[in-house]
Design a protein around this ligand. Structure first.
Ligand code: ATP
Length: 350
């Protein structure tokens, strides 16, 4: 994409006293993108969102939105809608009054407001709920209303600060799909903060992985998952097996197997996703095959996490994913032996 980014962060730094919460953040976000800020607790993702919202002022650096420097603008003069983690609806106001809050503030004529509110509550799947009060709504419904309120003024930017984390697992998945569908329908540029990697992988156009106030990697969900650029990203996003290895004379040796590798002699760690270790098909003479013994099976429904050991891995172990059907078909259980194959092209070396 070559056009000017919709939102641009340039050298953004945030200090709280002597603590640096954000170091020199550079990021371009394009019109219509759905971006997730992902990282462990304390990495600075909420602080970065709050800087973009003007709820926190950066110590240094610039924030540009739609070609305009908004670095020092108060929140009320910025163009965004925001949804917080906990239901920040006004408990004493009806759904209609909550949703229309921003419209009334902007002096939109009364006659127009009612129509717009009806349209918004319908948009978030709660038509006819205008006269209800927040206490009469479930957590998921309250977040839908908060979303309607955030979208009321048709902002250019939608900011979501862990909007799903207080909901139960089923509702969380349902609402994240709804948010994604709504975002695509409206085309509104959206940033969602989350510490849930599955959430980020499933909804984002691009994920910004953060750690200790620094951006570790920016990429599509597929890039982040399959081409992590650091052990931290590989480990934080998805499950991964880590095994020691060594490069000697242009060959990588790990897990008792040898792979082609470049570079000078060194000790390394190899990172391998559980789904990149296969139980089939295994061709005769494949050099990346080894015998293993099932130590433990974690039943997770349609597929299982199978923990295996092998003389070639000793003392390390591997986790692989096998379907329940496969285990049953081959009468595999704890203590069974099986042959496995590493997908050599999927081995990441750090
Ligand atoms: P979480 O998921 O736990 O909210 P986060 O990645 O969103 O984590 P932030 O809330 O952005 O993290 O906080 C980043 C760091 O800045 C943390 O170490 C936090 O303690 C610190 N911090 C945030 N706000 C303040 C503040 N007002 N004063 C002092 N330190 C703060």
């Amino acid at each position: 994409m070559s056009q000017e980014p919709y939102l641009a962060l340039r050298g953004v730094r945030k200090e709280f006293g002597s603590f640096v919460a954000l170091h020199d953040i550079h990021l371009d976000i394009h019109q219509g993108e759905f971006i997730c800020f992902l990282g462990p607790s304390g990495c600075g993702k909420t602080t970065l969102l709050r800087v973009i919202a003007g709820l926190e002022s950066q110590s240094r650096g610039e924030v540009r939105q739609s070609g305009r420097d908004i670095s020092r603008l108060p929140p009320a003069e910025r163009d965004y809608g925001i949804v917080f983690q906990s239901y920040a609806l006004f408990p004493n106001l009806s759904v209609a009054d909550n949703v229309s809050y921003g419209l009334v503030n902007r002096k939109v004529p009364r006659a127009e407001v009612a129509g717009r509110v009806a349209e918004l509550v319908k948009l978030v799947g709660l038509p006819g709920s205008e006269s209800k009060y927040p206490s009469q709504l479930s957590g998921g419904q309250q977040q839908r209303i908060a979303l309607a309120r955030a979208l009321a003024t048709s902002p250019g930017l939608l900011l979501l600060d862990e909007p799903l984390s207080a909901l139960d697992a089923l509702e969380r998945v349902r609402l994240r799909q709804e948010i994604r569908a709504l975002q695509q329908k409206l085309g509104v540029t959206t940033i969602m903060v989350t510490h849930d990697q599955e959430e980020a992988l499933s909804v984002a156009d691009r994920i910004v992985v953060m750690k200790d106030g620094v951006i570790e990697q920016v990429g599509t969900p597929m890039e982040i998952y399959r081409e992590p650029n650091s052990p931290f990203v590989a480990d934080f996003v998805g499950k991964v097996n880590v095994l020691p290895g060594k490069v000697r004379d242009g060959r990588l040796e790990a897990a008792g197997l040898a792979f082609a590798a470049g570079g000078e002699d060194r000790d390394v760690r190899i990172y391998l996703r559980p789904e990149d270790v296969l139980a089939r098909p295994i061709a005769e003479g494949d050099p990346h095959v080894f015998d293993a013994c099932i130590e433990r099976i974690d039943f997770l429904g349609s597929y299982c996490h199978v923990h295996v050991r092998s003389p070639t891995l000793d003392p390390h172990k591997l986790t692989v994913y096998l379907s329940l059907n496969y285990l049953a078909e081959h009468s595999l259980q704890e203590g069974s032996n099986l042959r496995l194959r590493l997908l050599q092209e999927r081995v990441k070396v750090f």
